[in-house]
Ligand binder design. Structure first.
Ligand SMILES: O=C(O)CCC(=O)C(=O)O
Length: 300
């Protein structure tokens, strides 16, 4: 089957609003039928613990020994379910990214987060860009977050700190200052909770946010799980005058990193290279040049 064509186009007002406010909510990015397909596919991946051994599935706010897992994430779920590859969601998200960032925008990353019914933990406040490795580049990036059930405040929809996308990358720390936890959080002195805007979205709608927008999601206190799927995009990185070091990303020994390291050593490296080449379209010379530039600029 050929890949679907985009069928959502942002208006000039929506584009201006995104740049002014750092986020934008849209009522539809895919069809109800595709929402069903994505919900059942991702639910299966969580149930089967797809990617667990590879360190690609883990709890965001707890270690492996904590059995009250309440905020589970799968990194790059498309690696475990080919039916996630050619979707209407992906076609529309790519078109929106090109409208907001420019023609050179390309896919950088994707993930899915499950907040279990009645027990889904809050997602800590953070800026997506603060997860990046140390290097000498500036990034323009966006994330497109789609819930697969109606996302209300009670079910853990996203919340944003007004105006934060216009600030730099702010001070973060590991949750509870614990280097064995995956998630980071913006230091509470860096923002005021009174500036929070809650963004409910229907299933199959989306919120789009900039890489420096401080955001979080509340707990899920409802009887239904809250499943969300995010596709992230970026422009080729722009060299910056200084090496950016995010010390909260150094010396991290979270359960997923330990499992991933072991998997790479057991021969996962070859698989990872093939997956990355496909995902980042490294067979295209401009894309390859972009990744080589980034690798050359990375600092240990
Ligand atoms: O789904 C969530 O709870 C958080 C998602 C998020 O932070 C993101 O996609 O950038």
């Amino acid at each position: 089957m050929p890949a679907p064509l985009p069928d959502v186009v942002l208006t000039a007002e929506q584009i201006a609003s995104f740049h002014e406010h750092g986020f934008l909510s849209i009522p539809r990015i895919t069809s109800p039928a595709e929402v069903e397909l994505l919900r059942s596919t991702l639910t299966r991946l969580f149930t089967e613990r797809a990617g667990w051994q590879e360190g690609a599935q883990f709890d965001l706010v707890a270690g492996d020994d904590d059995h009250d897992s309440a905020l589970t994430q799968i990194i790059q779920p498309v690696n475990y379910a080919p039916q996630l590859r050619d979707t209407q969601f992906r076609a529309n998200a790519g078109a929106i990214a090109r409208q907001l960032l420019g023609a050179e925008a390309s896919a950088s990353f994707e993930h899915s987060i499950l907040k279990g019914a009645r027990e889904g933990a809050p997602t800590p406040w953070h800026q997506d860009e603060a997860y990046r490795a140390a290097d000498a580049f500036e990034y323009d990036q966006i994330s497109i977050w789609m819930p697969l059930q109606d996302a209300s405040a009670e079910r853990g929809c996203l919340q944003y700190i007004r105006g934060s996308h216009k600030r730099g990358v702010l001070r973060h720390r590991r949750v509870n200052d614990d280097p064995t936890v995956h998630s980071i959080e913006t230091h509470p002195d860096e923002f005021d909770l009174a500036d929070a805007v809650v963004c409910p979205v229907p299933a199959g709608g989306a919120v789009i946010h900039a890489g420096r927008m401080i955001h979080s999601a509340g707990p899920n206190t409802t009887d239904e799980p809250r499943l969300a799927y995010t596709l992230a995009f970026e422009l080729p990185p722009r060299p910056s005058a200084t090496v950016r070091r995010f010390d909260w990303n150094e010396g991290v020994e979270s359960a997923d990193i330990i499992r991933r390291r072991a998997w790479l050593r057991r021969g996962g490296v070859a698989k990872e290279v093939v997956r990355r080449a496909r995902y980042h379209e490294l067979y295209k010379p401009r894309r390859l040049a972009f990744e080589l530039r980034r690798l050359a600029g990375r600092r240990k």
